[in-house]
Ligand binder design. Structure first.
Ligand code: PHE
Length: 335
């Protein structure tokens, strides 16, 4: 028996010495030390021997086992240090590591501000259904407002969401009232592309539902977000705007930060920049989503994150966001 075991050890050490890579090491390990290996078999048969034999045989087995384990370890380390792709920690770090997109940066900033005000960040699918994108937002199939949103239809009542507003519906379904959510995300419209229009862009939806929510609450929240984003007190104004899921609906403008209201090319001479559609949630929308409009009211807003990033980083062509042209991206500090 002893000789047999010693022969086995010799064989194992020989195979280890000849191993070419770590997968062979794994195989050798299982062959000589695995459950069905000869050593394991001898070990489990020890109970059939006398105490004396048990002790010597057990010792031999353990010594052989340890020797094989050590040889395997040493060989494995040797193989690792020999591989050509081992890591060279002295190599200089590549400085061009890229960066977050400005859209992601402003999106994160807005989310952080809203989180401090108790809004939960949620998300929804980019492939939406007609019900969440339109019907549940008070836009039935016969409504002309559907035409305002050039939709990519996918068939079977599915579509690429045209805005982040379906996230309002999903949040109402899931959480009911009271509710405070923000949902940043990608939206799609079948637009002709030019310097200020893209078929793929980002919005951030905000919604607050509670008892006694009114227009001053909306204005306060909007003003706070925008002042923090632009690092200065911004002046806002509301104009009437039409969206079937809010009543009254507004276009919120901020006083142009470049000319301070005097009129310049950025604000097209008006002194104001249209930034954020918003309004008080239409009672129909609350009702469709099982919230009693006599008990609760709320406001909703949609911030164009792409537009916001363009303003904050002075990017004058929306197309650069989706380009793969590094030179163009670098010009705006995007990569
Ligand atoms: N979802 C609207 C759009 O994209 C914007 C909006 C959001 C308007 C919330 C009012 C309230 O056109």
């Amino acid at each position: 028996m002893d000789e047999e075991l010693l022969e086995l050890k010799k064989q194992a050490l020989q195979e280890i010495a000849n191993a070419q890579d770590s997968s062979e090491i794994v195989q050798i390990k299982s062959k000589y030390l695995g459950k069905r290996s000869q050593i394991s078999r001898v070990m489990s048969s020890l109970k059939n021997y006398s105490i004396e034999e048990r002790r010597t045989l057990g010792q031999i087995c353990n010594t052989i086992k340890n020797e094989i384990v050590e040889a395997l370890k040493a060989k494995n380390n040797q193989l690792i240090s020999e591989t050509s792709y081992s890591i060279d920690i002295t190599m200089p770090v590549d400085e061009d590591r890229g960066s977050l997109s400005p859209i992601t940066i402003v999106g994160n900033e807005v989310c952080e501000i809203l989180e401090k005000m108790g809004f939960a960040i949620v998300s929804g699918p980019e492939i939406e259904d007609e019900y969440h994108n339109f019907d549940a937002l008070n836009i039935p199939s016969t409504h002309p407002a559907r035409d305002m949103q050039d939709t990519y239809w996918l068939g079977s009542h599915k579509l690429l969401r045209t805005h982040t507003s379906p996230c309002q519906v999903r949040a109402m379904e899931k959480y009911g009232a009271p509710l405070r959510i923000a949902a940043p995300g990608r939206c799609f419209r079948n637009e002709d592309i030019d310097a200020s229009h893209e078929n793929t862009f980002f919005q951030l939806e905000g919604m607050c539902i509670d008892k006694n929510i009114s227009i001053p609450n909306l204005i306060y929240v909007m003003k706070s977000i925008l002042s923090e984003i632009f690092d200065q007190e911004v002046q806002v104004r509301l104009r009437p705007g039409y969206f079937p899921f809010v009543e009254p609906g507004f276009e919120l403008d901020i006083k142009c930060l470049i000319c301070e209201g005097a009129g310049c090319s950025t604000c097209k001479g008006s002194g104001w920049i249209e930034l954020c559609p918003c309004g008080m949630i239409h009672p129909n929308v609350l009702r469709i989503n099982n919230i009693d409009p006599n008990e609760y009211s709320g406001f909703a807003f949609g911030i164009g994150l792409t537009r916001l990033a363009m303003m904050k980083y002075h990017i004058n062509d929306i197309r650069v966001f989706n380009t793969c042209n590094l030179e163009e991206l670098e010009q705006f500090g995007i990569v």
